[in-house]
Each structure stands twice: as C-alpha cells, then as structure tokens.
Design a protein around this ligand. Sequence first.
Ligand SMILES: [Zn+2]
Length: 298
Amino acid sequence: MSSRRTRARIWSTRGGTPTRRGTPCAGGLAAAGTRVEDVRGVIVTHAHTDHYGLAGRIREASGAWIALHELDVPLLAAAECDPAGRLAGLLERVGAPPRLADRLVSRARTRRRPEDLPHPDRILQDRERLAVPGFDLRVLWTPGHSPGHICLWEDRRRLLLSGDHVLPEFAVGLHEPAPGREDPLGGYLSSLDRLAGLDPAEVLPAHEHRFTGLDARLAALRAHHRRRLAQVAGALRIGAVHGWDIAAAVTWHRPFEELRGFALRAALQDTLACLGLLDARGLVRRETGPPERWYPRA
Ligand SMILES: [Zn+2]
C-alpha cells in the first residue's frame, strides 16, 4: 500500500463497512492522511470476510493490486463465505443432535446470497520482501487461523503486523481440518514458534489493540492450547466419540450448550483441530463419517 507521497502509509481495511454506497474505508484513510484513489496495493493477512471483504471495492476505486497467500484463495469461493452452509456441514461432521442442528442452521441463514470474493492479483510467498516505499516488509507464513494466514514483519521499525494470528487477549479460532490441511493446530503452534525471538518493538494485531511483550503472549497461547488439547484427550478417554460430545467436555468462555453462531462454529473447529493434532501424532484413530468417530489408540 502506498500514498502519493514518497513515504507509504499502512492501515487496515478491517472494520470498514462493506456497503454498496460510498467510498470504502474513507474515514480510516482520511485519518491516515490519504485517499482511496491513492492506494496502490492491498496486502491481506487472510481471506476472512472481515479482512478481505473490502479489498475488491478498494481495487475498483483505485486500481490497486490485491495480494494474498495461495492457500487462502480457496476460501474466496461463495460456499466458504456461506455461514449456514458451512455450519450445516460442520454440525453433520461432528454428530450434533439433528433437531438442534436444523434450528441452528436456519438461524444462521442470511438474506444475502453468498458470492465469490474477488481473486487476488498477486500471490504472496513465505519470506517474500514487499516493495512498499518507506517500509521494509517481509511476509511470514503463519498458518493455523486460516491455511494461508500471513504476518508481516517490518524490519526497520521492528514491527509485527500479526493479523489474526496473535491477539493480545483473545485466543483466535483455528480453521476446520480438511483434506490436505488436516492439522491446523500443529501448524498454528509451529507458527507461534516461528515468531519467538523476533522481539518486536510493538505488535500490531488486526483486532483489539497494539501490544508489547510478544514472547510472553506466545507462551500464554501455547499454554492455552495445551490445556485444551488435554481436555480433548480426557474426553476421548471417558468414551466420547463424536466431535460434538468431545467439544461439550471442553471448557469454553461460556457453557458449551449456550454457544451459538460464530462462537459455536469456532468451538467445534477448535475441537476438530485438537483431534487433528492428536491424529497427526498417532494418538487417535478416526472413522470417517458423517458423523466422524474418534477413538484413543491404546
Ligand atoms: Zn480471521
């Protein structure tokens, strides 16, 4: 991203309102001292709609290129952006009670028909240096929250733009395991390790607030996932076999039976991510479903 002036400005497209009218991000860009017409490129950390949703409109308004990691390109398909369809598949996979599943899916239906999100013009490579005037940006591939999530490291100012990979307070959800990307938790933990020792002056996440002390936050996130993994393994030991029942035995920020919508989806995906890691370590046996069944290996 760059402004008309010699020094580029970096800002977030997140939080903009994806309405059909008006200039996208006008307020945020004005606060950064620039305009949408001056945007030359949009580097997106991952393809979730609250991050990528305005990218196409910014490209239309400015001619800017859009850059994304290739493993997130499949997430731009309409089916991936359809909350009801995704929830239905997930609930079937984990063996949710059918009547409850029907109720939850009809509640998740939106009036808007899901559409494909526009494709990027550039595919980002891990370790790629990005030519952004005034900044020395390097791409760090950090899968887990999404398969192609990236962070950006700014070497001169020692800043880490952490996207949704590391937030200061909330532990982000992990993507649903799928063929070819079966172990999101393993990928996430490796991605945390990758950031250890970077020692940024400041971390700029995509939600919450900027913060310092990255290594302490990485340690807290590792401990959080270790606890959750232990709870999932414990549920398997006492005979839970479906993802739904295993998730019900895990401690969430509120009781499992009260989780709805996005929070429920995130909890189920995180449970499957734990199971994916146990599977990758040879500690569980999976019977394909739907619903899938999981058994601890002796
Ligand atoms: Zn996200």
